[in-house]
Write a protein that binds this ligand. Structure first.
Ligand code: DAH
Length: 339
């Protein structure tokens, strides 16, 4: 029996060493260790043995059983870890492969220009405020000294929600809203969308952007207006930029001026870019009209101030040499990627 048991152990281990999967391991285990297995068969014959032999064979049988059990367990572990290794290899990621870089966008030229303008004014201590695009007739016109039927309204036809509510044609209404809320000294700019009932062409759009500026304090003069605008435009267009202040009329400033930029193409001589004028019109400005100050509860005998309104499209087109406004709104990546 001793021989038989040893043979069983050898045979079992030999078979285990060839088993390729968990199922065949289990078959082997059942065949040798199961209730109807080979070891059980031997144990069943123990009755035939002498009383002295019984414990010896019993012990050996237990040891063989334990050895085979252990061999099964280690064969199982080997198969499992091999399977895990195969799975890992199959799922391996090559972290050294070049990645797929997400395409980074860049600021739209209008936003890039606006960001620079804001930076210049923040540096001079201005606040940035916002106003509503859907505005009342009062803030857009009336409080700016442009009563109904004022001829200055002719150039600013817009989209009406009703008789008194409209899409604002200018950011100037924010001046009024600010003066009603803040006490001088006031230093603000207010960028935003404005609307006009204009047909689309190379220089017109029913939607465009303005940046309004307003400064109110004691002793503010036209010199402050000139200094502030020069500071801005030299930062945007370079130190050799030349400005021209040309008398004009706006109902809400007195005196009023339009500011022109010397054409950077021909330096004032006149060319096709400036329509032979030597200068390009850039913005409207002036000293805030005493009637407007009074309407907002600010005493014009004590305070004075200046205001200006710049077209963001115009300064952007000038900076980047863009000759058609429509390019700014078409979202053509071939155009936008150049900035
Ligand atoms: N609101 C004017 C426009 O849309 C621009 C402007 C002119 C704004 C003079 C001002 C100003 O604040 O003082 O054409």
């Amino acid at each position: 029996m001793t021989e038989q048991l040893k043979e069983i152990e050898l045979k079992a281990k030999e078979e285990l060493s060839h088993a390729a999967d968990l199922k065949s391991l289990d078959d082997i285990r059942v065949r040798f260790l199961g209730k109807k297995g080979e070891i059980t068969a031997i144990l069943k014959q123990m009755g035939k043995l002498s009383p002295e032999e019984r414990p010896v064979i019993g012990q050996l049988a237990n040891k063989v059983r334990a050895d085979i059990e252990q061999a099964v367990t280690s064969a199982q572990n080997a198969i499992k870890s091999k399977a895990a290794a195969v799975k890992l290899e199959a799922e391996r990621l090559d972290v050294t492969l070049p990645g797929k870089a997400p395409k980074l966008g860049n600021a739209h030229p209008l936003n890039a220009t606006l960001a620079e303008v804001e930076e210049v004014f923040l540096g001079m201590g201005f606040d940035i405020v916002e106003g509503p695009e859907v505005e009342t007739d009062h803030y857009c016109f009336e409080a700016l000294n442009m009563p109904k039927h004022h001829p200055a309204r002719d150039t600013q036809d817009t989209f009406y929600i009703n008789e008194n509510v409209l899409l604002r044609t200018q950011t100037s209404g924010v001046q009024i809203r600010t003066m009603e809320k803040m006490k001088p000294p006031i230093r603000i700019i207010s960028p935003g969308r404005v609307y006009r009932s204009d047909a689309v062409d190379a220089t017109h759009s029913p939607l465009f952007h303005q940046i309004e500026g307003l400064v109110i304090d004691k002793g503010i003069t036209m010199a402050d207006l000139k200094g502030t605008l020069e500071m801005l435009l030299k930062r945007l267009y370079g130190e050799d930029t030349q400005l021209r202040f040309r008398p004009h009329h706006f109902p809400y400033t007195e005196p009023s001026a339009e500011v022109d930029l010397m054409c950077f193409n021909c330096h004032g001589k006149g060319c096709s870019m400036c329509k032979q004028e030597g200068y390009v019109e850039l913005l409207g400005s002036g000293m805030v009209h005493p009637k407007v100050l009074e309407g907002c509860g600010i005493d014009p005998e004590v305070y004075s101030g200046f205001a200006f309104g710049i077209g963001l499209e115009r300064i952007t087109m000038g900076r980047y040499n863009i000759n058609d406004m429509r390019l700014l709104y078409e979202n053509d990546m071939r155009f936008l990627e150049q900035f």
